[in-house]
Design a protein around this ligand. Structure first.
Ligand code: NDP
Length: 253
């Protein structure tokens, strides 16, 4: 896998979990990295994002932490300008920021529905809109959206989350059709059950049952997802667009 020098990658929600692993992996390929994080009152996310950026720079790469709530269009636009000023225009966008608000539909209020759609789906739309012009001008771009196996199978208590992740697949395919002529690809990665904080929100009994249904009989690691994203972000993936790559140990085929 390779990346031309000067590629700039924005990874949303990169202070921890999959986003962190993806940011570090793309840095290893030589991309300059914008480590997006969501500002929190205690400043924990900022510290974690700074730590990710420091890890990249300690390895000889370029990285900056950059705050923005992907639910806020103005913050996303400002983030894109900050990155362009510090590193150059974004050429690789990884829409990774995501939240869960699991509950049965019966209990789900409109706010619980809206909040999840707003971050997971509309957040990706906002980020693409903020960086697309730069990719068009460069005649090269890679958009990788983090969907989920749940977007393909559905999940109990996850009507909001599943709708957002299935929505990302339709978004990805439509975007791929619109921007292909400009040298820009758009693909989705649909992870199965990966060992991050999100996995441990599932009760232990349910987790045991899920594990029994995974042919490779193991949880995925963040790096497994990061490898797939890095490939889709690379020069070599030029003829792959509008695809959904499952990283799920065979849980869904
Ligand atoms: P985590 O909850 O560990 O990380 C999500 C990151 O997104 C956090 O850094 C979070 O910040 C950030 N974030 C949340 N809301 C916003 C926002 N409004 N603006 C900017 N950043 C935000 O999740 P994972 O690493 O496990 O998952 C990453 C992605 O992969 C998600 O989209 C998820 O749906 C998807 N996925 C994960 C799977 C898994 O098994 N882990 C399986 C399938 C898909 P904060 O810390 O403040 O919440």
């Amino acid at each position: 896998m390779s990346l031309k020098p000067g590629r700039v990658a924005l990874v949303t929600g990169a202070s921890r979990g999959l986003g962190r692993a993806i940011a570090l992996r793309l840095a290893r390929e030589g991309a300059s990295i914008a480590v997006n994080y969501l500002e929190d009152p205690e400043g924990v996310n900022r510290q974690e994002a700074e730590a990710v950026a420091s890890e990249v720079t300690a390895g000889g790469g370029k990285a900056i932490p950059v705050a923005a709530n992907v639910s806020d269009a103005a913050q996303v636009e400002t983030m894109a300008r900050t990155i362009a000023g510090a590193l150059g225009p974004v050429s690789i966008l990884v829409n990774n920021a995501g939240i869960l608000r699991d509950m049965t539909l019966k209990r789900m209020g409109e706010e619980d529905w809206q909040a999840v759609l707003d971050v997971n789906l509309t957040g990706a739309f906002r980020c693409v809109r903020a960086v697309l012009e730069g990719m068009r001008e460069a005649g090269w771009g890679r958009v990788v959206n983090l969907s989920s196996v749940v977007g393909l199978t559905g999940g109990l208590g996850q009507t909001n989350y599943a709708a957002s992740k299935a929505g990302l697949i339709g978004f990805t395919k439509s975007l791929a059709r619109e921007v292909g002529r400009r040298g820009i690809t758009a693909n989705a990665v649909a992870p199965g059950f990966i060992r991050t904080g999100m996995l441990y929100t599932i009760p232990e009994e349910a987790r045991t049952k899920i594990l029994e249904q995974i042919p490779l009989n193991a949880w995925g690691e963040p790096e497994d997802v990061a490898h797939a994203v890095a490939f889709l972000a690379s020069e070599e993936s030029r003829y792959i667009t509008g695809q959904v790559i499952g990283v799920n140990g065979g849980y869904y085929m």
